[in-house]
Design a protein around this ligand. Sequence first.
Ligand SMILES: [Zn+2]
Ligand SMILES: [Zn+2]
Length: 409
Amino acid sequence: MKKLIFTLAASVLALGASAQYYQDAANPDILHIEQPRTQQRAVFNVPQINGYNVYKADLHTHTIFSDGHTTIDYRIREAWMDGLDIYAVTEHAEYRPHESTFIKWLKGYVRPEVERAKNHRLVNATAEKGADKDGIQVDLNLPYVKAQEVAKQFGITVIPGIEITRTPATIGHYNALFIKDANSIFDNDPEQSIRNARAQGALIMHNHPGWSRTSLQMTEFEKNVYSKGLIDGIEIMNGVEFYPKAIERAKKYDLFMSSNTDVHRTTYEVYAMNGHHRNMTLILAKDKSLESLREALEAKRTLAYSFGTVAGDEKLLQDLFNASVKVVYSAVEKPGRIYLQFENRSSIDFLLRLGEGGELIRLDGGKSVSVRHKDSYGKNLIVENMWSEKGNTVTIDLTPHLEAAMAAK
Ligand SMILES: [Zn+2]
Ligand SMILES: [Zn+2]
């Protein structure tokens, strides 16, 4: 049947654009309203640093497989829309409150006179908790399998992991990343759980070290596992929490630093709705294979991004800035004063101060600013939205930038 197509003016629709209406092929009383596809990804650019690609990762996430509120399919789509390259599956090993709800629902759904089918897919599960009284046990590897199915479509690398989840005040939470079998991690002894994960070749990240605590002081358990070399990384940022003291700890114990969402609801509610990009761990790696990402974490080539603040190793932060911002010469105003332009080729917004006590400049991602630079400012540029082991702000030596700008003028 021939389709009838007509367009109405925007004014009639009170919309910004006109819409197309297609009459249904089988039922002429149905109109299909065609809209352009708006599934556009928020691209977040970070240029290569020291010859490495910079991948955007979330190393800490939750779905209905533990205590999150979305499916894992949704999480992967959300990660792609948010511009991520890497997604780690890190459901709680010990805390999965939705499970009993599902089991009760399934029990209620099946009529008593109907013989129930065994869930053959779940027979190999060995997790301590989550087992139903009927002997139904979950396969904790399923979230990783499901995530991979969706991630393929978007080219996202999925890191298999799990969150070892114990009393926050004394033991804490630890993400085991690059695990082989989520079902054989649990042990009543939390140190043994960490050892079980490490025996599979996992890297252990200490999560939200200040959460539900009165300080960042290390507990006896932490001192023990840190001193035994069982910890590889630490979250210096988790959701809206930032732990500057964890940067010093990362340097002391030689740990990779990360910033993750630990998302339970949607990133739209927590970040995008308020105009923010989600938390990210920037990983400097050769490529985004599991081998290369692991190598990058072991080499501590990571930076943490949260709500516009970038944190991590001082040298790496300087390298990030130098790779992102190009200084271009404009003109001499008079002796001792020149006009320059700072071009930001990354998507990271920078807050800059021209020398100690100098003017404060906002240089947003993808933008340029024209700057009047006086000799009296000196050759240092202060980045105010960066944190390193030396504290708030990171100093950039402008000398090479100015030399390059003058050479190219
Ligand atoms: Zn946690
Ligand atoms: Zn968590």
